[in-house]
Design a protein around this ligand. Structure first.
Ligand SMILES: Nc1nc2c(ncn2[C@@H]2O[C@H](COP(=O)(O)OP(=O)(O)O)[C@@H](O)[C@H]2O)c(=O)[nH]1
Ligand SMILES: [Mg+2]
Length: 388
């Protein structure tokens, strides 16, 4: 017993060619509507496909070509444009069960393929992605050239499109600029109210610039705003961390306290009770480290910081940035210090990370010079630079 597949425009046309080629004993196993194979047929009309079982010896055409049927491509013989493909059976002795199983498998595969083809057809025939007007398209390109994440750039463009649709007179650039300003929000630097002591906890993984940023901030508050500042280092893991800090605090005459065990922290904070602002530096362990998380939570519990700053470098990949933000989500409501902006020409990461973190930005740092290379984020300047 062999199985053969025919394509025809309808059942009658299929039956005609089957009877003529395979003889009157050929049995139709099943039939279904399908499309012809091949990419160019994906969008063609469906045709009928029939699976036929037959005995080669009883098939008139098969008899003529003397047993080579299984390897030959039978040409369609009728105007119904029926065509057949060989399905050689296994060498096992035929029985109804084998045939049934094979048939079921073919049917399942057929359905899977048909399903995929239909899906692909729908996809290909779907409405093309919404195009932007030329002015908006150019702005999207500028954003992505500046390494703004593609998804973010399109989100902004779609929002802009909605605004432009109801306010036709406005310029795409003005709208985009406003959307960027809205996204960035109002930067929230550390503010000190007179007579109120403030504790600021600085977080982030190793090497992102926590210590340097603290020294810059402390120096600015001390030198430019005449505030009494203090610095406490809770980095118990890094040998040399305290020497690095001491060099600066000595030059700046800023009291400095080192904490080697967290239960000393309360006392050291207490010893600085005359200070206006106390910065607390933390160890930058690997993000996601359980012990580190416990330590940070303990520091928060003891110090009750009014402000928390998370340092994130702008000079790294978006996936690394996401990892840092995710790893410190547990800490709660921190503000962002975007460090090492001088190490990249692109400003997109600044926007990406504010968008991803959904936190207010505070500062950007732009180099290793203490105390100059730190500024409150300039949202308008950022929007301008991203769009021009
Ligand atoms: N280029 C550049 N380097 C920076 C900046 N901030 C910090 N660094 C450098 O990054 C390195 C790690 O800084 P550090 O403050 O010790 O990081 P911490 O481990 O987070 O405390 C040091 O070599 C710093 O001088 C910055 O804004 N730009
Ligand atoms: Mg440090």
């Amino acid at each position: 017993m062999l199985v053969k597949r025919y394509h025809a425009k309808d059942m009658q046309a299929a039956m005609e060619v089957v009877k003529r080629e395979l003889g009157p004993d050929a049995v139709i196993l099943n039939s279904r509507k399908t499309r012809r194979k091949g990419f160019k047929n994906l969008f063609s009309k469906r045709i009928l496909e029939v699976m036929v079982a037959y005995e080669p010896e009883k098939a008139p055409i098969a008899r003529k070509i003397n047993g080579y049927l299984s390897r030959q491509q039978t040409e369609p013989a009728v105007p119904a444009r029926a065509e057949a493909e060989e399905e050689p059976q296994s060498a096992e002795p035929d029985n109804g069960e084998t045939l049934k199983r094979l048939n079921e498998r073919i049917e399942t595969l057929g359905q899977m393929v048909a399903g995929l083809i239909d899906k692909f057809g729908e996809f290909a025939a779907a409405e093309p992605e919404r195009r932007y007007p030329e002015s908006l398209e150019a702005l999207v390109s500028r954003l992505t050239e500046n390494r703004v994440d593609g998804e973010l750039a399109h989100t902004l463009a779609r929002d802009a499109l909605d605004i432009i649709a109801v306010q036709p007179g406005v310029s795409a650039e003005d709208v985009m600029e406003q959307l960027i300003l809205d996204l960035v929000g109002v930067p929230e630097p550390v503010l000190h109210r007179r007579y109120k002591r403030k504790t600021v906890l600085v977080l982030g993984p190793t090497g992102v610039g926590k210590t340097t940023s603290i020294v810059k901030l402390a120096a600015n508050f001390a030198l430019k705003q005449n505030k009494k500042v203090g610095i406490i280092n809770t980095d118990m893991y890094r040998i040399g961390a305290n020497e690095q800090m001491k060099t600066y605090t000595d030059i700046l005459s800023i009291p400095f306290g080192a904490v080697y065990q967290l239960d000393e922290l309360g006392g050291v904070i207490e010893s600085m009770r005359d200070r206006d602002i106390i910065f607390i530096d933390t160890a930058g362990k690997k993000p996601g480290d359980d012990q580190h998380r416990e330590d940070v939570l303990e520091i928060i519990r003891i110090a009750r910081p009014e402000d928390m700053l998370l340092c994130v470098p702008a000079s790294t990949s978006f996936s690394a940035v996401k990892e840092i933000i995710d790893a410190y989500e547990f800490a709660g409501d921190f503000k962002l210090v975007v460090t090492k902006l001088d190490e990249t020409d692109f400003r997109g990461m600044l926007l990406n990370l504010i968008w991803y973190a959904r936190k207010s930005p505070a500062y950007v740092t732009t180099g290793q010079n203490v105390p100059d290379d730190i500024d409150v984020l300039d949202a308008a300047g950022l929007a301008e630079r991203l769009l021009h």
